[in-house]
Design a protein around this ligand. Structure first.
Ligand code: PMP
Length: 360
């Protein structure tokens, strides 16, 4: 079967060039006579892979020298526990901004380790917007303020960076990391699973400011202790070697595309193609405040919801895969991460227009 346009929310589409290279190197990585999966993480070949991935990510994101980049495991949900275990010491509370499904998960997990204060929430309007910073009410001395910069299920994204002064800003960027330029220096910790914009599942990207490395609770597992992993170049235990190799290939691909600034331009154009169809239509409806719409996860509903299964089945036939909305919210969701080409969004837009002509 020909490859489809894969709109999966994650694990998600990878650049075809990356898959081809991984495939070509599967049995023999650069004359070593073995595949990357089979290598010691301490050998020269893999150490070079890890070092290049590290340097490329730092370059792509413009990570300042007072930040550590860690390649861990446990995913973003793991980080939901790992963050408080590393940061709450000496503080009575940790503050969270609740913008939907993934923020709620983060809040639930953090509550096992500290007293969570919800500084702002958009639950009052069904999570269809990002609360303005002027509406946030921080607790007196929180360990940090946690945000989810892109709610993958709802399709809500911050298009601005909160200013939290001396309070470290912690961000779950699972679904928009590397999709646009960000000023890393505004954050204390940034984390995200790799399986959307950076490669395969199993790898968690964590960027931590130096001064936050030494606050872990004694109960924090060593493999998740930021200081220990930092001192061991993320190899205190065996890292997710193959996922790290794939991420390294994705970083090189991203650099060849012109880096994060260039991919951001393309991502803006891709999202606009879909939102323009929705806004011009009487059949499709996006429910998110226009200024907070996600560029990564475009969610919409058909006015006549009974038509949704037919819309999805026809899309599947056209090679537009994995568009079904998350089971918690229904509808349609087009996840259009970095690896989704403009042509994929154009093909989906054409299907949307054609379907509306026939059923609108
Ligand atoms: N946060 C966000 C924003 C996500 O999109 C996801 C996964 N879809 C998670 C957290 C959970 O990540 P993981 O499955 O890597 O633990």
């Amino acid at each position: 079967m020909a490859r489809v346009f894969n709109f999966s929310a994650g694990p998600a589409a990878l650049p075809e060039e990356v898959l081809r290279q991984a495939s070509a190197e599967m049995l023999d990585y650069q004359g070593t006579g073995m595949g990357v999966m089979e290598m010691s993480h301490r050998g020269n070949a893999f150490m070079a892979i890890a070092e290049a991935a590290h340097a490329d990510l730092r370059e792509l994101m413009g990570v300042p020298s007072n930040y550590k980049v860690l390649f861990l495991q446990g995913g973003a949900l793991g980080e939901n526990a790992i963050v408080p275990l590393n940061l709450v010491d000496g503080h009575a509370t940790a503050d969270y901004v609740d913008t939907g499904h993934w923020s709620k998960k983060s809040i639930g997990e953090a509550g096992r380790y500290t007293t969570v204060h919800v500084a702002a929430s958009s639950e009052d309007r069904n999570y269809r917007y990002v609360p303005k910073q002027s509406a946030w009410r921080l607790s007196p001395d929180p360990a940090y303020v946690h945000v989810c910069t892109n709610e993958t299920i709802g399709g809500v994204e911050y298009h601005w960076t909160p200013e939290t002064g001396n309070v470290p800003l912690v961000a779950d960027m699972s679904s928009n990391l590397l999709s646009k330029r960000i000023d890393v220096s505004k954050f204390g910790v940034i984390y995200g699973g790799a399986q959307k914009n950076s490669g395969a599942a199993g790898l968690t990207l964590v960027i931590v400011r130096d001064d936050l490395l030494d606050r872990a609770l004694p109960a924090c597992p060593s493999a998740f202790n930021y200081r220990i992993q930092s001192d061991n170049d993320s190899m205190y235990n065996t890292p997710a070697t193959y996922s790290l190799y794939i991420a390294g290939l994705v970083f090189k691909w991203l650099k060849a595309q012109g880096g994060v600034a260039a991919i951001e331009e393309r991502n803006i154009a891709k999202a606009k193609i879909l939102y323009d169809v929705i806004d011009a239509s009487g059949l499709y409806e996006n429910r998110i405040a226009p200024e907070d719409r996600s560029r990564m996860n475009v969610t919409f509903y058909l006015q006549d919801e009974a038509l949704t299964p037919m819309f999805l089945a026809e899309a599947e036939q056209l090679g537009l895969a994995a568009l079904r909305g998350h089971r918690a919210v229904g509808g349609v969701r087009a996840s259009i991460y970095n690896a989704m080409p403009l042509a994929g969004c154009e093909a989906l837009a054409a299907h949307m227009r054609d379907f509306e002509r026939r059923h609108g």
